[in-house]
Design a protein around this ligand. Structure first.
Ligand code: SF4
Ligand code: FE
Length: 483
């Protein structure tokens, strides 16, 4: 099968009978739900852009194994050029959606599993690489979207998985059968789950031999028996039920997160990628997190481009564009945003081949990238709010703007620079609100902090990769220290 069009993708998701709950109710057709639909539209863009000749080079790859054209989201990176193009593709999609487009977690899981299953088989004589490759061939052939689920609820953070009072705080094997395993537990914060055909599950931390039942990785389709999703709330989410297209800030695109529950889910043997080899749980986590920290040097930069543009327009509409402090704030926002991009490109350009044949990013630089992402978008948001002014959070609704009695007053008192339509001014202010405080703040602001691992997780990796002893030797040599 060739690449799917966006429309074919939507219809393929519609056919999957998922069990989804939103605000206490079962959602019969998630694809048509007004709160959920914008998140599906974001993933759709990964299909739509792949159809456009001008984006072919970024969005698609000629699969070296089959010679067929595949979507880059299903690619195994085989060069630093592949790694760099991945980041550029993510920036492009961030610019076009101003939201999380979700498909990256699957791509990052593919590349982490490719090398980790290879290494596990080499040590234990298992057949996880064969299992994984068979699955990946199916994904490439059918142009599927795959979720990569890592974060467990974790319960008491001071205890290892096997020490938890409730054993389900980490996904684990509850039964081993000749034909497969039965697993129980949950994965939290799953942005792409709802819009994916398949879900890859991976462990969330390094493990000791006592955690054997928790060192498990596998893939299941989203309509698997025992799997269901409880959708998370977002600030201002019910604005999507009001029927307008201004107050939502971004009417077309968004993202939603789900708590995914695995209530005794059966996984057949050929869909298992790790099962008890605890010494490879840490490597899988480290590699997936590394790839996803690289990803943030692309996607968040693209969304940042939209936010900077919105702030600049807000200044234009206010008649403040010529003020030197406004110009300087836009320079500062650009500087911060491009610094994140530099990190994303740098960790890609410094990538290296693994024994399994794919390329991995420079882990130190990828962790530095994500550490910067935990900070800079906050400053970019602060500056955008500064430029936008308080009206960003006090403006009347679009219903007032279009009300026969109130509309003329809203027009009169909210007009700013000559020739600027009040409606356009409101649209831009609502977009800034959406990115800084509304539904998209999950994907731009808080996800910058916690997505792909919270700041401390990167600091642990920076400590591990930073090689302070080698730096001490440099200093000793320059200073003439002889011990
Ligand atoms: Fe992709 Fe960014 Fe969303 Fe992660 S947060 S899935 S990298 S868009
Ligand atoms: Fe993320």
């Amino acid at each position: 099968m060739a690449l799917m069009t966006g429309e074919q993708y939507i219809e393929s998701i519609r056919k999957i009978k998922m069990e989804v709950y939103l605000m206490g109710k079962k959602v019969d057709v998630p694809v048509d739900d007004p709160i959920l639909r914008p998140s599906l539209n974001s993933v759709r863009m990964t299909y739509d852009l792949a159809q456009k000749p001008e984006y072919k080079d970024l969005m698609t790859v000629k699969d070296p194994e089959t010679g067929k054209e595949i979507n880059r989201f299903n690619n195994i990176h085989r060069s630093t050029d592949d790694l760099i193009k991945k980041v550029k593709m993510q920036r492009l999609l961030g610019q076009q959606t101003a939201a999380c487009f979700q498909r990256c977690v699957g791509m990052d899981a593919f590349n982490a599993l490719w090398s980790t299953t290879y290494d596990t088989d080499k040590k234990y004589g298992t057949s996880y690489f064969k299992n994984f490759k068979k699955f990946l061939d199916y994904v490439k052939e059918n142009d599927l979207t795959v979720d990569g689920a890592m974060t467990d609820p974790k319960g008491d953070r001071s205890l290892a998985p096997h020490q938890q009072a409730d054993p389900d705080m980490y996904v684990h094997v509850v039964e081993r059968r000749p034909d497969g395993i039965v697993v129980r537990g949950a994965k939290a914060h799953q942005t792409g789950a709802l819009n994916s055909h398949e879900m890859i599950v991976m462990p969330t931390i390094a493990m000791s031999p006592e955690d054997k039942d928790y060192a498990v990785s596998f893939v299941v389709p989203l309509d698997t028996k025992g799997l269901f999703m409880i959708i998370g709330r977002q600030s201002c989410d019910t604005r999507k039920l009001e029927g307008g297209n201004i107050d939502v800030g971004n009417a077309e695109f968004g993202g939603v997160e789900a708590l995914v529950v695995f209530d005794n889910v059966f996984v057949p043997n050929d869909r298992i990628f790790l099962n008890g080899e605890t010494d490879f749980a840490g490597a899988l986590v480290e590699r997936f997190a590394g790839y996803h920290r690289q990803s943030y040097g692309g996607c968040k930069v693209g969304v940042g481009d939209v936010l900077i543009g919105a702030a600049a327009l807000a200044a234009d509409y206010n008649g403040a564009a010529k003020a030197s402090h406004v110009k300087d704030k836009l320079i500062e926002m650009t500087h911060l945003n491009e610094t994140l991009y530099c990190c994303g490109i740098a960790c890609s350009a410094e990538g290296t081949p693994t024994e399994s044949g794919n390329y991995i990013i420079n882990l130190l630089l990828a962790n530095v990238c994500k550490q910067n992402v935990t900070r800079f978008p906050y400053e970019i948001v602060r500056l955008a709010e500064d430029i936008a002014g308080g009206i960003m959070v006090t403006a009347p609704s679009e219903k007032d703007l279009f009300d026969p009695k109130l509309g003329p007053y809203v027009e009169k008192y909210l007009k700013a620079a000559p020739g600027v339509k009040t409606e356009n001014r409101l649209r831009i202010l609502r977009l800034i609100e959406n990115l800084s405080l509304g539904t998209a703040a999950v994907g731009y602001r808080t996800e910058s902090m916690h997505g792909a691992g919270s700041p401390q997780a990167q600091r642990i990796m920076i400590a591990r990769q930073g090689n302070i002893p080698a730096k001490k030797e440099l200093a000793k040599k320059i200073a003439g220290v002889k011990e």
